[in-house]
Design a protein around this ligand. Structure first.
Ligand code: OSB
Ligand code: MG
Length: 367
């Protein structure tokens, strides 16, 4: 496969509601798509998982654009496959989100050229995956209960509450009291706590949570291992896991007993698959996280979430949880709380040109 051209399409998509986490509040998804054109007339798409600000991760859109244009793309052979992207860009330290979007667009083009769906390439074993939903921090408990109630009504099979100091035990207790002990419930702190909060976090033990996601700093594996020994709620890592090697180390030192795999965070679907394999070998459950992706990123995440080790529901919600109008055919939540894995070749979806145009704020040719 020969790459002819690479375009960056900067988009701004309004969210259906504000999404607040311990690190910030989002009203729009401000990101970009990468479109790879091949010399035989094929194309491939990828969605950047980062944000304009380096708040969730150290990467951010404007920096990523420079990294792609000046450091990653120039290292690629025009004659390329997805498997060759990682080795080609090894000399660039970090920047996994930048590498992920590039590798994914190339992988999509490659798979389309073979007529193979991403789910077949990755080794998916199911056609539909159970969907959870991530619920942002709210101003009041009644607002939270209304939102959670609506998601349960819609059919979501698992609720994840974003927490931070001052918004943790109370919202969890309120959700338990309103909806009962049988609702699969978990929390995500996005690094908002420190080890000295262990006694406070122990108060979450009584609520039978599935897990607590990323309570401590990104680079604090040993802190997570110590915390895991102090609380009953299973510790799950998100931000801390950037690679299969990180996953192996975290598992070996007891820093987590569950892993949230986000392809964008770990450098793409090939590394995501390796993390899945490492976790499966250790008997560690994984689930597929999200970055509020449009249909482009969501389609590929669903293919990954259909691998056998993904035994917990992911943040693979339906399009309308995020956007009034998606860039692709919308992903819908079936009555049993599942979302279908795309069957088409490559990632299985292509953005609607007219819709994409409406949300495009800039275009730039990178190659
Ligand atoms: O920590 O999982 C996270 C969204 C943006 C950045 C980080 C996170 C999230 C979510 C929502 O929790 C996941 C989704 O529904 O896409
Ligand atoms: Mg998280």
């Amino acid at each position: 496969m020969r790459i002819e051209r690479i375009e960056l399409i900067h988009i701004r998509m309004p969210l259906v509601g504000a999404f607040r986490t311990s690190f910030g509040i989002d009203l729009v998804r401000d990101t970009f798509l990468l479109r790879v054109l091949t010399s035989d007339g094929g194309q491939g798409w990828g969605e950047y998982g980062g944000d304009p600000d380096p708040a969730y991760s150290s990467e951010f859109s404007a920096g990523t654009e420079i990294v792609l244009a000046e450091h990653l793309i120039p290292r690629l052979d025009r004659e390329v496959t997805a498997a060759r992207v990682g080795p080609a860009v090894r000399g660039v330290k970090g920047h996994r989100m930048a590498k992920a979007v590039l590798e994914t667009a190339i992988l999509d083009a490659e798979l389309r050229s073979y007529g193979m769906p991403l789910r077949t390439y990755l080794g998916s074993v199911v056609d539909r995956v159970p969907a959870g939903v991530s619920v942002g921090i709210m101003d009041t408990i009644p607002q939270l209960l209304e939102q959670v109630g609506a998601y349960l009504e819609a059919g979501y099979v698992r609720i994840k509450l974003k927490i931070e100091p001052g918004w943790d035990v109370l919202p969890v207790r309120a959700v338990r009291e309103a909806f009962g002990d049988d609702v699969p419930l978990q929390v995500d702190a996005n690094t908002a706590y420190s080890l000295t909060d262990a006694r406070h976090l122990r108060r979450l033990d009584e609520f039978g949570l599935l897990l607590i996601e990323q309570p401590l700093d990104t680079d604090d594996l040993s802190g997570h291992a110590r915390l895991a020994g102090l609380i009953d709620t299973p510790v799950c890592l998100d931000e801390s896991i950037g690679s299969a090697r990180d996953a192996a180390a975290a598992i070996a030192m007891g820093a987590c007993s569950i892993i949230n795999i986000k392809p964008s965070r770990v450098g793409g679907y090939l590394e995501a698959r390796r993390i899945h394999d490492v976790a499966a070998a250790a008997g560690v459950p994984v689930w597929c996280g999200g970055m509020l992706e449009t249909g482009v990123g969501r389609a590929a995440n669903l293919a990954l979430a259909a691998l056998p080790g993904f035994v917990l529901p992911g943040d693979t919600s339906a399009s309308n949880r995020y956007y009034a109008e998606d860039l692709t055919e919308p992903f819908v939540l079936d009555a049993d709380g599942c979302v279908a894995v795309p069957t088409g070749t490559g990632i299985g979806v292509t953005p609607d040109p007219q819709v994409l145009e409406r949300y495009t704020v800039a275009r730039r040719r990178l190659l």
